[in-house]
Design a protein around this ligand. Structure first.
Ligand code: ARG
Length: 587
């Protein structure tokens, strides 16, 4: 099924050709079409164009109007104010366009695929081995997953990379401790749960830390282990692998709870670039991008200075020969650009790492790994705050465990579902509770622009009113219930029918889905999609209040309204799935 041209694109095309007929030098200019309260669309671009051509804007606008052939799409076009154009769309065109979207059997609602897709590597959902996941990891996973869905929906080739923290000096301590207490990671047998895996790791981590801080000899042995690890000593590596495997059991359990698919081959942690580190340093040093300073290999930046006014370098290799976070990230860039053939690199990482990425990207540019054809972008996210507006902590001042948060969200949501439930079994309540609870957490995160901090407020998140996923899920479920009640009567488009205002508003908004998705994907901005969907659900609520569906006046009107309901439902379903959120059929 071919893609469907949206109404606003059709109007845009009409205007553009009328414009170039009236004012040849304006060929290709943007008439600046917007949705408007005064008419369906308003074009504001004539003013600037007239000014440039030293013409009278109202006259130019009038001329453009006379050139626009009132046709299938445009019902009315008139000049307003100093030279705006107000455009009204024919009811028939609204219904017919939606019918074309509805007929798209691929389920894409007529949204086009990119003609020449590129390859984007997206770095997200990157927790650290042997450590508990916290709310920061939630944001990276949730935002990243949605951006992946959005990009793939537009046709982009997407490669996922989970750059987990699985390398570094702390492993010396852990491995040494495990070597001296070999049964600490043994399992009782049977299936190990994520919870168990994490508590094993946590216990071992605490014990190892304690010994490391109190026993000088152990410290020395632990330091030697780091060297063994980096040198690839097989026994040391085997023990390191145990930590990674145990952690993965835990990670996968959390991602499953988050209703998110993470594939093992996409987990390429810091350790995955170990073999490239020396060469990365050599390339940087030979090209002069990095220089030796007090033994360390450093890259300097004019505008990165410490409080004392001296430049603070990016350290690629420490004076003791060790490699850190920067060396790994620079090697990852080489891998992503030269092996994975990416055009775009996106990093969904906490805004507090902005300086790191600024320096890493600039270094890669100087080295020629990034350039006009290959760009990198940090999709930086803000901090999750508690109700008090301070970074989210437990009452004891500790960082909040992600699992506890998710469990609480699911409990709260289950209570909401139970209260409203009419004909749901216990099992259904549990299932819906999870879908609503996890949806609530994801939506709260995705509905504010990523770079802003947001308050983690479960009461607000599971509220049925307001800009929440539950509100959207209920809108969807309500439509499904109407469609079920309709029984034999099936949705069908009747373009010949005149539309009520609420129907037009809903229909025009539903038709704009494709543009919205394109914009949200291009800007890596799931919050734009969330806002669109919220508005769609609100317009649906108005439509539902104003326009009886099953009790509409004529059979054709019943079918047409069912059709509008179903188009809305499909758009909600598709849009929510791009946010990683389920839309249960019944709530
Ligand atoms: N593991 C890191 C953390 O927990 C995030 C990794 C981000 N990605 C990267 N390529 N540096 O903060």
């Amino acid at each position: 099924m071919a893609s469907v041209t949206s109404l606003s694109d059709s109007v845009q095309q009409h205007l553009a050709s009328a414009l170039s007929a009236s004012l040849p030098e304006a060929a290709g200019a943007d008439p600046l079409l917007r949705r408007s309260d005064r008419a369906d669309f308003q074009a504001n671009g004539i003013l600037a164009l007239a000014k440039k051509a030293k013409a009278n804007p109202r006259e130019l606008a009038t001329q453009v109007v006379s050139q626009v052939a009132a046709g299938d799409v445009i019902k009315e076009i008139e000049v307003s104010g100093p030279g705006f154009l107000n455009i009204t769309i024919a009811d028939r065109a609204i219904t017919a366009n939606l019918a074309a979207r509805y007929a798209d059997e691929t389920g894409r609602l007529g949204v086009p695929l990119a003609a020449e897709p590129g390859t984007t590597v997206i770095d997200y959902a990157q927790p650290n081995v042997a450590k508990e996941m916290h709310v920061g990891h939630l944001r990276s996973a949730v935002i990243g997953d949605s951006v992946v869905q959005l990009l793939e929906f537009t046709g982009e080739n997407v490669v996922r990379r989970h750059h987990i923290g699985d390398w570094g000096t702390q492993f010396g301590m852990l491995i040494q401790y495990l070597d001296e207490h070999p049964h600490e990671l043994d399992h009782k047998g049977g299936q190990v749960t994520g919870e168990e895996a994490m508590s094993n790791l946590d216990r071992l981590y605490k014990a190892a830390r304690k010994k490391f801080d109190s026993d000088e000899e152990f410290k020395t042995r632990a330091r030697r282990r780091v060297v063994d690890l980096q040198a690839g000593d097989p026994k040391t590596l085997a023990m390191w692998q145990k930590f990674v495997d145990e952690s993965k059991i835990y990670f996968f359990s959390v991602f499953e709870k988050l209703d998110m698919e993470i594939q093992d081959p996409d987990i390429v942690g810091e350790s995955g670039y170990n073999d490239m580190l020396a060469e990365t340093c050599r390339l940087l040093e030979e090209s002069g991008v990095a220089v030796r300073s007090e033994g360390a290999l450093c890259v300097f930046f004019e505008d990165v200075k410490g409080p004392d006014g001296n430049q603070v370098p990016l350290i690629v290799q420490k004076s003791d020969g060790g490699y850190g976070y920067a060396a790994t990230d620079l090697s990852a860039i080489r891998d992503r650009v030269f092996n994975l053939k990416a055009n775009t690199l996106v990093y969904v990482v906490d805004a507090r790492q902005a300086l790191h990425f600024k320096m890493v990207f600039e270094t890669a540019r100087r080295a020629g790994w990034l350039n006009g054809d290959v760009t990198a972008f940090q999709l930086a996210f803000g901090t999750v705050l508690g109700k008090d507006g301070k970074p989210f902590k437990t009452r004891e001042g500790e960082t909040v465990r992600l699992v506890d948060l998710l469990d609480e969200a699911i409990d709260r949501a289950s209570a909401v579902v139970r209260e409203k439930a009419q004909d749901l079994s216990e099992q259904e309540i549990a299932e819906r509770g999870a879908q609503v609870g996890i949806g609530a957490v994801k939506y709260a995160d995705l509905s504010t622009s990523a770079n802003r901090d947001y308050k983690f407020d479960l009461d607000q998140m599971v509220s049925l009113n307001g800009d929440t996923s539950v509100y959207l899920q209920y809108a969807y479920a309500r439509i499904q219930s109407i469609l079920r009640k309709a029984g034999e009567v099936r949705p069908a488009a009747h373009p010949e029918l005149e539309l009520a205002d609420a129907e037009r508003a809903l229909g025009l908004h539903a038709d704009a889905f494709a543009e919205l998705v394109a914009e949200a994907a291009a800007d890596y901005a799931p919050h734009k999609l969330a806002a669109y969907l919220y508005q769609l659900a609100s317009l649906y609520t108005t439509f539902y209040d104003k326009c009886p569906v099953l009790k509409a006046e004529t059979p054709a009107q019943v079918e047409n309204r069912l059709f509008l309901c179903d188009v809305t439902a499909r758009t909600l379903h598709r849009g929510m799935s791009l946010l990683g959120i389920r839309t249960p059929e019944k709530l």
